[in-house]
Ligand binder design. Structure first.
Ligand code: GUN
Length: 345
C-alpha cells in the first residue's frame, strides 16, 4: 500500500486519475476486442437485415488449401460468424499439391460466379505457391479475385488505393488493418504525428497496417521493422515508438518491457499456438502492461475484431455486387459510431 503525503479528498478528479502515473504504478488500459467487435456486429446485423429486405443474402466463399489444423480452425470461425449474422458461407478445399496455376484457375472460376459476393483465400498457402519469385505464385492467385469481391484487400485491383492512401476510393481495407483502425477509434487513440513501429511483413496484416498508419488515413510516422532490420535499429525504433503494432508470430520473437517507452500503445496482432496449446502473441503482456498506456491481450484482443471486420467487408462486397454502394470508407464521418460509449455514472 502506498503512503500518500496528502488527503485524496483535496484532489480534483483529474489529479486522482493521474496519480498512478505520478507514483509510477501505472498499468495500461487493456484493449479488449469484444466491445469493438460487438459494435461492428450490431451494424453488420442491421445491414444484413436491410439487404435481405431486397432479397440479397451476402455470401462469402473461402478457399482453403491443405489440411493445416490452424487454418481449418480460423476458416471455421470466420464461416460460423458469417452464418451467425445471417450471411452465407461456402468452403472450397483443395489438396496441398495443387499448382499455383491450377489454384489461380479455380479461384477465377469461383470469382466468375455472380452468386459469389466475397472471396477469401486462406493464408498461408503451401510453400510452392507462397515462395517462388519466378513463374506463377500467390500473387497470381490473389489477382484472380476481382476488386469488389476481394475482402482481404490483397489483389492487384485493391492494393493501389491503400498504397495511395485513398480511403475514399478504397474497395476493401484488409480485415486486420480495419480491425486495428476500429480499435484505435474505439479507445480514442490519436495517430497523427505519432511515431508508429510496425513489425512483420505479412501480406494481410503488417504490410497493409504499415501503409494505413503511415498514409493519409492515420498520418503517423510509420517505421517498418522486419526480419532484415538490424537488432540495434529495431530496439532503437521500438524505444522511440508511441504506437507499436506487431504481427510476427514466431517463438523466436518477443517484445519485452525494456523496449517500451512509458505510455506507449501496444497492439499485438500476432497469434501463435505455443507448445502448451495456448494462444500467444509477440508481446510479453504481463511485463509490458506495467509500462504501456494501452495494450491488447492475446487472445481476446484484435482477433475477434478482425473476424467482425471481415463480415463488415463481406456486406460491402454484397452491396458492391448489387450496385448499392460505391467504393470508399468514410472514416471521418463514421468515427463517432465506433467510439466507446461515454460512461455514465
Ligand atoms: N490467415 C490467418 N488470418 C487470415 C486472414 O485474415 N485472411 C486470410 N486470407 N488468411 C488468414
Amino acid at each position: 500500500m502506498l503512503a500518500l503525503p496528502f488527503s485524496l479528498s483535496r484532489l480534483s478528479l483529474a489529479q486522482i486519475v493521474a496519480l498512478p502515473r505520478i507514483y509510477n504504478v501505472a498499468m495500461a488500459e487493456i484493449m479488449f476486442g469484444k466491445p469493438v467487435a460487438d459494435g461492428i456486429e450490431r451494424r453488420v446485423r442491421d445491414e444484413v437485415k436491410s439487404l435481405s429486405a431486397h432479397g440479397i443474402i451476402p455470401r462469402l466463399d473461402v478457399v482453403l488449401v491443405g489440411k493445416s489444423a490452424a487454418s481449418q480452425r480460423y476458416v471455421g470461425k470466420k464461416m460460423e460468424f458469417c452464418e451467425r449474422l445471417g450471411m452465407q458461407a461456402r468452403l472450397h478445399t483443395f489438396d496441398d499439391h495443387i499448382s499455383a496455376g491450377e489454384l489461380r484457375d479455380q479461384v477465377q472460376r469461383i470469382n466468375d460466379d455472380p452468386a459469389v459476393h466475397a472471396i477469401l483465400v486462406q493464408l498461408p498457402l503451401p510453400r510452392h505457391i507462397e515462395g517462388p519469385t519466378s513463374g506463377l505464385n500467390k500473387f497470381d492467385v490473389f489477382d484472380a479475385i476481382s476488386g469488389p469481391k476481394d475482402v482481404d484487400g490483397i489483389s492487384r485491383e485493391t492494393v493501389p488505393e491503400l498504397y495511395r492512401a485513398q480511403a475514399e476510393r478504397m474497395l476493401h481495407l484488409p480485415a486486420t488493418a480495419l480491425a486495428v483502425r476500429r480499435m484505435l477509434e474505439f479507445y480514442g487513440i490519436e495517430t497523427e504525428g505519432k511515431v508508429a513501429v510496425i513489425v512483420g511483413r505479412n501480406d494481410i496484416t503488417a504490410k497493409p497496417i504499415h501503409h494505413m498508419l503511415g498514409g493519409r488515413m492515420c498520418n503517423a510516422t510509420a517505421i517498418w521493422c522486419h526480419r532484415y532490420t538490424r537488432k540495434a535499429d529495431h530496439d532503437r525504433f521500438m524505444r522511440a515508438a508511441d504506437i507499436i503494432v506487431t504481427s510476427v508470430g514466431s517463438e523466436r520473437y518477443r517484445i519485452t518491457a525494456d523496449l517500451i517507452k512509458p505510455g506507449a500503445v501496444v497492439i499485438d496482432v500476432a497469434t501463435r499456438v505455443g507448445a502448451d496449446g495456448k494462444l500467444n502473441g509477440d508481446v510479453d503482456f504481463q511485463q509490458v502492461k506495467e509500462v504501456a498506456s494501452f495494450i491488447t491481450p492475446v487472445p481476446k484482443g484484435v482477433g475477434p475484431v478482425t473476424v467482425a471486420a471481415l463480415t463488415e467487408n463481406v456486406v460491402r462486397a454484397a452491396r458492391f455486387a448489387h450496385g448499392l454502394a460505391q467504393p470508399g470508407y468514410d472514416f471521418a464521418s463514421s468515427r463517432d459510431a465506433y467510439l466507446r460509449p461515454a460512461i455514465s455514472s
